[in-house]
Design a protein around this ligand. Sequence first.
Ligand code: A3P
Length: 287
Amino acid sequence: METSDKYMYYHGLMLPNVVHTEESLKYARTFKVQDEDVFAITYPKSGTTWMQEILPLVMNGGDLTPVQTVPNWDRVPWLEETRAALVLNDRPSPRAMATHLPYHLMPPSFFTCKAKVIYVTRNPKDIAVSSFHFHNMASFLDDPGTFDQFLDKFLSGQVLFGKWTDHVKSWRNADIGNRILFVTYEEMVQDLNGVLCRFAQFLGREMSQEVLEKVANHCQFSNMKNNTMSNYSLVPQDLMDSSKSPFLRKGTTGDWRNHFSPEQEAKFSAVIKQEMKGTGFKFPWDD
Ligand code: A3P
């Protein structure tokens, strides 16, 4: 595996140094998960920021205060990142957290408690496109090279948090019964109201029709793009240069069609299909 001073390696996974340290990973390893905690779990570029908007709203009756006053990384912190210890220690349960960790790297307390998980999957072709643009705008990540070169890195897992197929398989095989709800980014784009209802039901929260519509409206791509607390405009430009590509870039499904050549698509699909073979997982973009 290529090495870079921008990354550290944790159980073989490549993580950016800018937000991960030995201490932050130790914090994640020893974190005491509580029964009422809720995790949004994703492979990077699958809709994490969107979940960081949605979860506090669904969990708190549509109160907009947190999403209008607290940056997404403190509102729903990543368990493995440096901000977690700063914001989670004093936060009472129920806490909403995000993580990109695979199942087997969750802290021991996670496996024995009743905390719930919403796992978001996205078409890996769109993830690769989103990630490619992210690498072009984020100076704390390596230059992605050409799109073709980046696709090779993506398929071989030389990208943040390793292979997409490993991540999806690890969580699809999670042995935590009905504590986990699977949703796709594509379903969220197609029917956000319906997905929000599923979230509310899963998390045991009541949402009136009026609140549901308010939340769905607030979480629309165009509105999130204008929310300073969620659009990463608070991050200095030398770290994230939105003039190269905004963090909230397109927010659509199928943008891969504008990037992949037929050869790239054939190769990519063949590798993903091979690695997902026998798992029985059916995703909406298979057809
Ligand atoms: P694109 O680059 O395809 O636009 P993550 O937060 O996991 O890093 O994922 C980022 C991706 O989610 C980006 O995809 C971003 O635009 C998209 N996203 C964030 N909020 C969204 C929303 N409200 N609706 C649709 N897509 C959203």
